[in-house]
Design a protein around this ligand. Structure first.
Ligand code: F6R
Length: 603
């Protein structure tokens, strides 16, 4: 979704702002803009489309400004065009905004009635106008920001620059904001994502909701001050060193971040297992023993929801904990039956997904304990939950989630083993090691998967099927394919086919059939049903089954031995690579698929 980068300091702000925004491109956007101070005036350059369009505008004049704010916009209120792109500005102020102002239309009407003129259809401009209006009466930018912020409803983050000084301001509610400082270079940065600040700001601060940050540069130092909305100094912020590695900012020798991230999986699994079973995570996981909740309400979106569906099987099988796994945007509006001795479990890579956050809030309000399975330490979800289980996937840049899914499922398994008191058994570590080796071998075998992709990529549609634990993998495989290759793909429980979807089968429809040793015969009969209707079958299943080979057009054989609980992850990696190669053949923008955003901070 939208990205923010602000800079004040001694160098030309254009370079760190554009570099920061380019790092945030992975989040998805449809226009980009920058506000600079040129000749003492606030000048805005903004352009619909990719960041390169803005780079083109900048190249015409090569402006220099020691303060600036930049933004990549993912449209919510108002069409994708130059006027609606951020920053929004006037003589006195310029603002960039992430989130939604829920009462914008009411406020806009009131302001228009007072004679204020708007240049865009965005909700964001309402904040600019409020700020400008209040600055006239309050006589101070800080006071005006506080008043404007108190007037708006909804979750938002703003960075503000002003004509009067080279200071930068930020404020936010339930939306990400990070302030960075480089004391040696006398520089201050504000951003929606610490990733934008890697290599620029060694020290970062996360202000809490309704805290105003102000960055100031003097002849001798850079400083960031924090204020409450009543303008008293605030201590409601958390400081830390920026822990993201600079390596995360590059693709290395891979053509895409998605491919790099698929290949990272074997090492990440082993790292997580070593941390949880033999390292510092031990106390967290071992501490679960004997503390099973009566019920887990698992909520998440998209790929994270699929991970939840896999995790449910662990909790029910090994811990006999009852679970409901639900899409967050449904759960939050359903008035679910929640009891105090139950636990809300929220799965999220970003920790900023609006619907998932709303579910956490709902469970918290009803008195449930809340746990997260999350990648981003310090994210809103991480901060709001009572307990966090970090998946340790590192930065995930590809919009299509791959390594986060794997680490989420693995984290759920480790939790389940923790509850069962089996974490330290040799089998758990050993199985993850076997999994890691098998996944590494699949990654090495990309040529085989590429050859299959070549046979399939022009087909009309894809039906992914699986039974039991492979059903969520069928859903995940279909999601990955549709989101990056833009082809129609559906995931079904294999036994459901004959209840409707089988009508779709013809010789242009591909059935990607997932089979494990469990329920093999049942799943095989489902494949036969498809074959009888001339469907094209690509099966992924256990090796050495001649019947499967006979009925399928293509088979990718896997060794399921030694993987009684985690084979789903192995099967899913084959699907990740298949989607990747189909998308590559179709020539789509794999790391930044159309219409998608990496972290969905609006509902
Ligand atoms: C699909 C994908 C999305 C996310 C979903 C939740 O590849 O990435 O479906 O899984 O938007 O995002 P997080 O995990 O950040 O809450």
């Amino acid at each position: 979704m939208c990205g923010i980068v602000g800079y004040t300091g001694p160098r030309n702000s254009v370079q760190p702002i554009i570099e920061g925004l380019s790092r945030l491109e992975y989040r998805g956007y449809d226009s980009a803009g920058i506000c600079l101070k040129l000749g003492g005036k606030l000048e805005i350059l903004k352009k619909e489309g990719k960041l390169d369009n803005l780079r083109g505008l900048l190249a015409q004049t090569n402006p220099t400004s020691q303060v600036g704010i930049g933004h990549t916009r993912w449209a919510t209120h108002g069409a994708v065009n130059n006027d609606n792109a951020h920053p929004h500005g006037n003589e006195e102020y310029a603002v960039v905004h992430n989130g939604i102002i829920e009462n914008a239309s009411v406020l806009k009407k009131e302001l228009q009635a007072e004679g204020w003129v708007f240049k865009s259809q965005t909700d964001s401009e309402v904040f600019l106008v409020l700020l400008t209006k209040f600055a006239k009466t309050e006589g101070s930018t800080l006071k005006a920001i506080a008043r404007a912020f108190n007037t708006i409803h909804g979750n938002s983050a703003f960075v503000i620059m002003e004509k009067a000084t080279d200071q930068l301001y930020c404020v936010k509610r339930s939306a990400p904001m990070v302030c960075g400082i480089n004391l040696t270079n006398r520089e201050v940065f504000f951003s929606s994502d610490p990733f934008a600040l890697v290599g620029f700001a060694p020290d970062i601060f996360f202000p809490q909701d309704s805290v105003i940050g102000r960055g100031t540069i003097t002849e001798t130092k850079a400083q960031i001050e924090f204020f409450e909305l009543d303008l008293t100094p605030s201590t409601r912020f958390r400081g830390q060193a920026n822990a993201i590695s600079i390596d995360a900012t590059t693709k290395g020798h891979y053509e895409h971040f998605m491919l790099k991230e698929i290949h990272e999986q074997p090492a990440l699994m082993e790292k997580l297992a070593a941390w949880a079973i033999k390292g510092q995570g031990q106390s967290v996981y071992n501490g679960l023993k004997g503390k099973e909740p009566s019920f887990f309400h698992i909520t998440a979106c998209g790929t994270a929801w699929h991970a939840g569906l896999v995790i449910k099987n662990f909790f029910e099988k090994f811990n006999r904990i009852r679970c409901n796994v639900e899409i967050a945007s449904e759960f939050r509006y359903r008035e679910p039956n929640l009891k105090k001795d139950e636990v809300g479990l929220f799965i999220s890579q970003s920790g900023e997904t609006a619907d998932t956050l709303a579910c956490q809030e709902l469970c918290h309000e009803k008195g449930l304990k809340t746990f997260s399975v999350v990648n981003t330490e310090g994210s809103t979800l991480f901060r709001q939950c009572d307990e966090n289980f970090l998946i340790h996937a590192g930065m995930e840049i590809g919009v299509a989630s791959t390594k986060a899914f794997t680490q989420q499922v693995l984290t759920g398994y480790l939790m389940s083993m923790g509850y069962a008191g089996k974490l330290m058994s040799v089998d758990v570590y050993q199985e993850i090691k076997v999994l890691s080796d098998r996944v590494a071998a699949i990654c090495e075998d990309a040529q085989t998967i590429k050859a299959i992709a070549e046979k399939l990529y022009q087909k009309k549609g894809f039906i992914f099927t699986g039974r039991g634990v492979y059903f969520p993998i069928a859903l995940e495989g279909a999601l990955k394919l549709k989101e990056i290759a833009y082809v129609h793909a559906e995931g079904y429980a294999a036994g459901e086919l004959k209840h409707g979807p089988i009508a779709l089968i013809d010789d242009n429809m591909v059935n990607i059939a997932l089979l494990g040793p469990e329920l093999f015969d049942k799943a095989l009969s489902n494949v036969e049903e498809v074959k009888a209707r001339r469907g094209l079958i690509f099966a992924i299943g256990p090796k050495g089954h001649s019947e499967l080979k006979a009925v399928s057009d293509m088979v990718y054989e896997l060794d399921f031995n030694g993987l009684p609980n985690l084979a789903t992850i192995m099967v899913n990696v084959v699907l990740q690579l298949l989607s990747y190669h189909i998308a590559l053949l179709k020539g789509t923008d794999i790391d930044k698929p159309r219409n998608l955003a990496k972290s969905v901070t609006v509902e």
